[in-house]
Design a protein around this ligand. Structure first.
Ligand SMILES: Nc1ncnc2c1ncn2[C@@H]1O[C@H](COP(=O)(O)OP(=O)(O)O)[C@@H](O)[C@H]1O
Ligand SMILES: [Mg+2]
Length: 800
């Protein structure tokens, strides 16, 4: 925003000396005309006092004549600020008439004045015969009577203006008081318009908005935009100021330390540190141009001394440059056999995934300079995505660094802030590389699907795209560094919970590897081989001191967790072992063993035991299977009857597609049964889960719930189902078979009903899970009925 007294900075003060206008030499200006002065970049508003500098001969002559004849001047904006000689067509025809209250002739042809804006006018006709612009004008008067409509806007504007002034870094204190003191809405609108830091055209627009209500609205709109911006920049400012203060403090302390060392005779010559920095720069292995740049900056630092704030910033910058891993180390050749061994050591199972990782590594080994796609692990939490990345780093003898992308909204977080920005730092890619101390590192972009959308400060995903693009990343330029850094040796890996929310162009660059989740048996193995050991260690226990029995682990898996990964499992194993650690600390003798029966006392009541059996013991409840972004889950579809008029009521957390399938299921259930239900409403409820569910795949479950309700026969408790239905009773295929099947198994289901056309997808389900389940493949809804409810009492099918 401009200060109240804003200058027109673009007026060319160096123009030729003004042509003198002597008293009486000019013919008088008619009463209904104004002398005009064009402004390149500034709009004067009525009620505003403003300094204005003029330099163009015409403008100087105009100002002098106005002072001499004690006339007002009309200030008008020119359309093209570059243009020096302007005529009527170069000007906006609406301007502000103003009194020149002071006039000072400065040196070098610049003339300064202070003007007081009075009123808007519209030029009607330009007149000839003066060495400056003169136009006949019509003054515009806006009535300023307060109406309720105006008052509301007036008060809102005052409040917004107060906030804006507070957010302004250098606003004079009086400004707030002045704004608060204004009692006319028109004046307030013009004052705020004057203060607004917007384009001249926008200001001109405000000047030309004669209707007071519209003008207040427009000013409010522009102001609230600015307030938004100011809020953000203040936030950034506060943050960086804090960093900056901390750095200042560090600098002062260092300086004091140096003084003390001097006093004690321990002074090593102040330039010793800079010599050290120089050595570091020499040893860093920078490319030639970077080295040249660093040396130049170092010289500048030596001249400047470190005493100043700028000096300490420059020093920090040079330290960043010196500490980055510029050197081209010969990367260790990838040993595939060794890599296989490491992957097997770190992770149980995941055979297919390990195989694909090894293939990927083999391709890299054969063609290190090749543009291999970037691995992307996709799957629910706790399935080992991040730890696989660490394992790959270990398997290939590289350093691992993780960059969390969750909530990254700002391009600068990836690419850094310019050095001119106080408290600037490199972006997280360069930061990670410094931590890695090697450019042959494995960098993991974790949770790439949580990357914020492009916002106020540029789109982070396009910056990421550049980082990941082998065509571009050998010359990656971080804003802070300001020199290119070669990322082509880095092995990038990404992870995501879901594929859908990864920006398309990023997805195209990646080789997607899905990790769907583990079966109970796999979890047991993972717990036995890794999790229990790790948690023993974390709690300072040896396996001679404490043991978690296999039955207890089984119970944690089946009764206390229902997850695709092993995150809660590990957490609860930790909780159980902490109890053991406590008992030992309290003096328990011998080895502490934790059994399944101890879990109740440690973890509380079982959470998932028998849930299915209980829920499905009444007619009208079917166990459906849902796909969610965090693996599969079971869901209960509950149907009930209430007296009414044959309506279908649907409640719960479900989307439109699901509502449609409920309608289809009811139609189907009705044609199937002879009874009429004109005096009952049917109520279908899908209990809220962690994630809202939608999609047509609950069709079969809804149909069964309805038939079960209408025939009053409960559905078998160990059956779960998924499938879309058509109005003619066909069962149509669905997605997510693997996740859904694993979820069924976790919930203790024995029989899973799937659409016939999904039979082929069973290939993806681990054999061990398949062996534990019975599958029924559905072509028509009748097939589902037979298994889930048994034969119906009466099967008189109404003609459809
Ligand atoms: N197959 C596995 N074998 C051994 N440990 C595993 C396996 N899968 C997951 N883990 C362990 O589970 C924990 C959670 O894994 P993590 O990599 O954080 O999951 P994600 O990144 O997928 O959310 C880690 O401690 C990891 O080592
Ligand atoms: Mg993770």
């Amino acid at each position: 925003m401009n200060k109240v007294l804003a200058q027109d900075p673009n007026d060319d003060v160096s123009a030729a000396p003004a042509q003198k206008t002597r008293g009486g030499a000019l013919k008088p200006i008619p009463d209904d005309a104004l002398i005009l002065i064009p402004m390149r970049n500034n709009v004067l508003f009525p009620g505003v006092l403003s300094p204005i500098t003029v330099g163009r001969p015409g403008s100087v002559a105009a100002a002098q004549e106005a002072v001499r004849a004690e006339k007002k001047v009309g200030f008008v904006l020119q359309r093209d600020p570059q243009k020096s000689a302007v005529g009527p067509n170069d000007l906006y025809w609406v301007g502000t008439a103003a009194q020149i209250v002071r006039y000072i002739t400065g040196g070098e042809g610049a003339h300064h004045m202070v003007v007081q804006g009075n009123a808007r006018f519209r030029a009607l006709e330009f007149l000839e015969g003066w060495p400056f612009l003169v136009a006949r004008v019509q003054m515009i008067d806006t009535p300023d009577a307060m109406t309720p409509e105006l008052e509301a806007r007036f008060l809102q504007l005052k409040q917004q203006a107060a906030e804006a002034i507070q957010l302004l870094p250098n606003a004079p204190d009086e400004l707030a008081a002045v704004v608060q003191g204004v009692s006319s809405p028109g004046l307030l609108a013009d004052m705020v318009a004057n203060l607004l830091d917007v384009k001249s055209e926008d200001k001109q627009g405000l000047l030309e908005t004669f209707d007071l209500k519209s003008r207040l609205d427009r000013v409010l709109e522009l102001l609230s935009e600015r307030v938004g911006v100011l809020r953000i920049s203040k936030e950034i400012g506060d943050r960086t100021k804090k960093e900056f203060d901390e750095r200042q403090r560090e600098h002062v302390l260092r300086e004091q330390m140096r003084q003390i060392q001097k006093e004690l005779g321990e002074d090593e010559d102040t330039s010793a540190e800079l010599d050290e920095l120089k050595k570091q720069i020499e040893a860093a292995g920078m490319p030639q141009d970077v080295h040249k740049h660093a040396t130049k900056e170092l010289k500048r630092l030596q001249r400047m001394g470190e005493g100043s704030a700028e000096g300490s910033m420059l020093r920090t910058y040079l330290e960043w440059l010196a500490e980055l891993p510029w050197k081209d180390e010969a990367s260790r050749a990838i040993d595939i056999a060794e890599a296989r061994k490491v992957l097997d050591e770190d992770h149980f199972g995941l055979d297919k995934i390990k195989k694909r990782i090894l293939e990927h590594l083999a391709v890299r080994k054969l063609n290190p300079a090749g543009k291999s796609p970037i691995l992307c692990f996709v799957g629910p939490p706790g399935v080992g995505k991040t730890s696989l990345g660490q394992s790959i780093a270990r398997a290939t003898g590289r350093r691992f660094q993780r960059i969390a992308l969750g909530g990254v909204h700002d391009e600068a977080e990836i690419r850094g802030h310019r050095r001119t920005y106080i408290g600037a730092l490199p972006g997280n890619v360069i930061q990670a590389l410094r931590r890695a101390e090697s450019k042959n590192a494995v960098l993991m972009f974790d949770e790439i699907d949580k990357l914020g959308m492009g916002g106020f400060h540029g789109d982070p995903s396009s910056a990421l795209l550049e980082v990941l693009d082998p065509e571009q990343n050998s010359k990656f330029r971080d804003n802070y560094l300001g020199v290119d850094f070669d990322l082509s040796k880095v092995m990038f890996i990404t992870t995501a919970n879901v594929l859908d929310s990864i920006p398309g162009p990023l997805r195209d660059r990646m080789e997607i590897i899905q990790l769907p989740g583990y079966t109970e048996e796999e979890k047991l193995q993972i717990a036995g081989r890794y999790l229990v050991k790790r948690q023993l260690e974390a709690n300072g226990l040896s396996d001679a001191q404490a043991e978690l029995r296999e039955e207890a682990v089984r119970s944690i898996i089946a009764d206390y967790t229902r997850e695709a990964g092993v995150r809660n499992l590990e957490r609860l194993i930790g909780a159980a072992l902490r109890r053991a650690a406590m008992q030992i600390a309290e003096g328990a003798e011998g080895k502490v063993t934790i059994d399944a029966s101890d879990l109740h006392g440690i973890l509380g009541a079982k959470r998932f035991e028998n849930e299915v059996a209980e829920r499905t013991s009444v007619p009208g409840v079917a166990t459906g299977l849902a796909w969610t972004p965090v693996g599969g889950d079971i869901l209960f579809i509950e149907a009930s009857k209430v007296p009414g008029s044959g309506k279908l009521i649907i409640t719960g957390q479900l989307g439109d597609v699901m509502k449609e399938s409920a309608q289809a299921a009811l139609t189907l259930a009705r044609t199937y049964l002879s009874d009429s239900y004109e005096k009952t409403d049917i109520h279908i409820h899908v209990p809220a889960g962690a994630t809202p569910k939608d999609g047509p795949s609950a069709g079969v479950a809804m149909f069964l719930a309805l038939v079960s309700l209408l025939t009053e026969k409960p559905i078998r408790p160990d059956v779960a189902m998924t499938g879309e239905i058509s109005l003619r009773g066909l069962v149509l295929p669905i997605g997510g078979v693997k996740e859904k099947t694993l979820a069924a198994l976790r919930a203790g289901i024995r029989t899973v009903m799937l659409p016939r056309r999904n039979e082929k997808d069973l290939e993806d389900v681990p054999a061990e899970a398949r062996a534990k389940l019975e599958f029924v493949f559905l072509e028509r809804v009748e097939d589902a009925l037979r298994t889930a409810v048994g034969d119906l009492p009466k099967r008189e099918r109404k003609a459809a």
